[in-house]
Ligand binder design. Structure first.
Ligand code: C5P
Length: 236
């Protein structure tokens, strides 16, 4: 009988392993948007995001960001440390796009004077609302010290990724991070991929991320493949 996952999310399944504090993550091809209202699949997305996430976690680890990633173990699977996930989604933005462009009335593509960090309450029923440190405190989602750490890591990760991607002719517009606690330490968790970031070609402005799926722009799989190729030189 096939092993039952501990948890099944929109894009991944999580399985226990023989090691108490290690989990196996399986990357699916399923894609959702607008809090699950739009559903579809992107061919090979699981394979591509598993590789792209592996690349980014290696890069961040080498640059001093503590994270959950242990190793990629197959095309669609990776081994990670088990985390108690903090129910806060941390978004970093360099250029106005998506929900920020809508909220503050800026056109997409307008550069922010400096990067900003936003926090969202990770709660599907509520549609992941935007919150601040005061909401986090009354909802007891994280301690004040943890919130400081999240912000500090978020800005540092942005610097590392932005600098790296610029050389690959990719503009990092914005991205979402999730963190969790392992043995009392805050670690970066989840994934970093075209599902969770906005990547634009620096020269043409072409979108190379999940907005191609969200906005029905076509060539979704090719965009994910292009990101993997620019990062690793691998032709998927
Ligand atoms: O939709 P919005 O503009 O707020 O998204 C900001 C960034 O966070 C985008 O890169 C998007 O891909 C990512 N995001 C995510 N998961 C969510 C919400 C946003 O990966 N639930």
């Amino acid at each position: 009988m096939e092993k039952q996952p501990l948890y099944e999310g929109k894009a991944k399944r999580i399985y226990s392993t023989d090691v108490a504090d290690e989990l196996l993550v399986y990357y699916k091809d399923d894609a959702t948007a607008f809090n699950g209202l739009k559903k579809g699949t992107i061919d090979s997305k699981g394979v591509l995001n598993n590789k792209i996430t592996t690349f980014f976690f290696d890069l961040l680890g080498k640059n001093g960001i503590p994270h959950h990633f242990i190793k990629r173990v197959s095309e669609r699977e990776q081994l990670v440390k088990s985390l108690k996930i903090l129910p806060v989604e941390v978004v970093v933005r360099n250029i106005a796009a998506g929900s920020l462009a809508k909220r503050i009335g800026w056109e997409e593509g307008r550069k922010l004077p400096a990067p900003i960090v936003e926090m969202y309450y990770k709660n599907d029923e509520l549609g992941d609302p935007l919150i601040n440190q005061h909401h986090i405190k009354i909802l007891e989602l994280a301690t004040e010290e943890q919130v400081k750490t999240l912000e500090e890591y978020a800005f540092k990760i942005n610097e590392i990724l932005t600098n790296y991607l610029r050389e690959k002719k990719i503009e990092l517009i914005d991205f979402k991070l999730e963190f969790g606690v392992h043995n009392g330490q805050v670690l970066l968790g989840d994934e970093i991929s075209p599902d969770t970031c906005r990547f634009w070609d620096s020269e043409t402005g072409e979108k190379l991320d999940k907005d191609r799926f969200r906005r029905d722009l076509g060539n979704v799989e090719d965009a994910y493949k292009e990101i993997l190729f620019r990062l690793t030189g691998e032709k998927a």
